[in-house]
Design a protein around this ligand. Sequence first.
Ligand code: ZN
Length: 292
Amino acid sequence: MRLISHRVDHGTRLAVVLADGTAIDTSALGSDLPSTMADLIDGGDAPLESLRRAVLGARPGGGAPIDSLDLAAPLGRIGKLIAVGKNYVDHATEEGVAPPAEPLLFAKFPSAVIGHDDPIVWRLSDTTKVDWEAELAVVIGRPGRDVPRAGALDLVLGYTCLNDVSARDLQFGDGQWVRGKSLDTFCPVGPWLVTADEVPDPGTLRIRCLVDGEVVQDASTAEMIHDVPALIAYCSRFMTLLPGDVIATGTPAGIGAFRDPPRYLSDGQEVIVDIEGVGRLRNVCRVLPGRP
Ligand code: ZN
């Protein structure tokens, strides 16, 4: 299933994509179904199964065009947003560093999260070096601690596209990464969540980033140094993974900062993260001059 979180007058609601490509609010499919992504994630396996049955029994023609919905990030309440640095061989190479022997974890703060078609906004007084990073995001659906690699994918609710937008001047200026990667709007996620059953192997997906239509990143998740099961097992060794947590699995080669000359995003540019079998996340940059 493809699950959508869309904005209404009061908060967000859960919708699901039907076989004909339209989206229908879960309230139109049954009164006992979860009405928000948070309800779905907090409810465990039962609401997901109820929803699956309801979608299978849905009559065609009841949905609305996805374009007519105001999409939010397809996440519930995010506890942790764990990101992984230098996790593709070619990206580590372009940076001139050896691939890390163990996953290199850092954090993005959940307040940075936006949805499909929301603008990525920054002020020139804060940063002039804003960069793209196409990433596969893993959304956790079941709790786990010390999970073995063999059972790691059982924790996954689904997958979505994520852009780990990064202010390189802040990131490299600090020497650590959390500020430059946590500016408001610097974590586009979406357009929807694809449930794990539709992505049997997250290690074989083509992943691309396009800026104004130009392909700037083009790789396969097979090139990850630490694959999705390894990342889940590793994180859970140190911290309990909880439903709603997100792991951004790292970006392949082709970011702007390590190009010659370096390239950064500017006002009006469109950035797309496209992952095979998962989705196509689009956002446009909006640059403001300075603090009000
Ligand atoms: Zn990243």
